[in-house]
Ligand binder design. Structure first.
Ligand SMILES: Nc1ncnc2c1ncn2[C@@H]1O[C@H](COP(=O)(O)OP(=O)(O)OP(=O)(O)O)[C@@H](O)[C@H]1O
Ligand SMILES: [Mg+2]
Length: 370
């Protein structure tokens, strides 16, 4: 059983797919701005949710807020009064989970610090353990219920370690002041919700937003590994989190291991050249059995044309594609297709300012909604 992805352009035949029937359950949407990535991703979320698949993800620009609210899901806005504590331990209380947590927090701290010098690495490893230690938490699962430490605790530990002072200074702004509220929380994320999105558009600074995206993904990932239920994990604007080497490495790891937890990643990216140039971009695309190419700039067509071995006619079609039109690759085969959305889906997901201003219905004509 699957659900509708769109129609074949040549025949009009509906295309129905079940990502969980494929070896990798991941999908990626590659398209220039305004060509339908959000519309496609949101419709995919809604359709999976309706089929009983658990959906979670991160929403950097607030594009999915209306959809999530309409479907009765949970939408947690970071920076708008809500935060997440990267140190909070997930539901799996094992020594291995604790060690995994140290890796996740370490990676996040590297992103906050903008990289580490050689002698900062061991200092960070030691400081992470002593930060948990100071909160009475260690590998022993019986300590995992205790109140987790915070970034401020880590800064304190680093400040007294050889090789840690400069790093402590770089982290200061994340641990105190306005940014601190993004990375501290009284409540954990409601990871049991059937539909949960973490919204980041209240965070103005794009660098901070990229780190928050990584922090939110880490917490969601903790929850995803708990069970083998089918789930969709949305990483919109993946290239933003992948600008940080530690973020790129993390997304690649998610893509590679998602299927072990019966999870499918739904990735999208606008900047194809940057994405494929990153050390991990190509590896990620290889981990996606479903690939959607939407409208492209001439540079994008060039890069994708070579990568996907597209014919001249296919390249031209991507150059002139209307929103929602493109090529759908499933495994080795591909077809020219048109993503179809219902009127309701369109209204929940449109990002066109004219639609959002609530102009009279007769003024807008959803280009290819059914
Ligand atoms: N499948 C579709 N059917 C009908 N209209 C669509 C479809 N996809 C996109 N559109 C139209 O194009 C607009 C822009 O699409 P969307 O917001 O999905 O672009 P995007 O690729 O996410 O852009 P950005 O990279 O800027 O976020 C939508 O608001 C809608 O009006
Ligand atoms: Mg978008």
């Amino acid at each position: 059983m699957g659900h509708l992805y769109g129609r074949a352009r040549a025949t009009g035949a509906p295309i129905v797919l079940d990502r969980f029937a494929h070896e990798s359950h991941n999908a990626i949407v590659l398209g220039q701005t305004g060509k339908g990535k959000t519309m496609f991703t949101g419709a995919e979320m809604a359709r999976c949710f309706m089929r009983g698949i658990r959906v979670s993800g991160v929403d950097p620009l607030g594009d999915y807020r209306r959809l999530v609210k309409a479907l009765g899901g949970r939408y947690v806005e970071l920076g708008g009064g809500n935060g997440i504590n990267p140190f909070a331990l997930g539901a799996t209380r094992t020594e291995a989970a604790f060690v995994g947590k140290l890796t996740l927090v370490g990676r996040l701290v590297v992103a906050m610090a903008g990289g580490l010098s050689r002698d900062e690495r061991p200092a960070l490893d030691r400081a992470l353990r002593s930060t948990y230690d100071a909160a009475g938490i260690g590998p022993d699962p019986s300590t995992h219920d205790r109140r987790p430490p915070s970034l401020a605790g880590l800064v304190e530990q680093l400040a007294i370690l050889r090789g840690g002072q400069v790093l402590a200074q770089r982290l200061e702004r994340w641990a105190t002041g306005s940014l601190a509220s993004i990375f501290t929380a009284d409540e954990p994320l409601p990871v049991d919700a059937r539909l949960l999105l973490v919204g980041l558009d209240a965070i103005g600074d794009p660098d901070v937003r990229a780190v928050a995206q990584l922090a939110a993904l880490s917490v969601l990932w903790d929850a995803i590994r708990r069970d083998k239920e089918r789930k969709l994990v949305v990483v919109d604007e993946a290239w933003k989190v992948m600008r940080q080497p530690s973020g790129a490495e993390f997304v690649e790891e998610l893509a590679r291991s998602a299927r072990h937890y019966h999870a499918g990643l739904q990735l999208s990216t606008q900047d194809i050249a940057e994405f494929l140039r990153s050390d991990f971009g190509e590896a990620i695309v290889k981990q996606c059995d479903i690939r959607v190419l939407l409208g492209q700039t001439p540079e994008g067509v060039d890069v994708l044309g070579r990568y996907f071995d597209l014919t001249t006619a296919e390249r031209r079609s991507l150059l002139h594609a209307r929103p929602g039109e493109g090529l759908l690759f499933v495994g080795q085969s591909h077809v020219a297709f048109e993503a179809k959305v219902s009127k309701r889906e369109y209204e929940w997901l449109t990002t066109r300012p004219a639609d959002l201003l609530g102009q009279s219905r007769s003024r807008y004509d959803a280009p290819n909604s059914s």
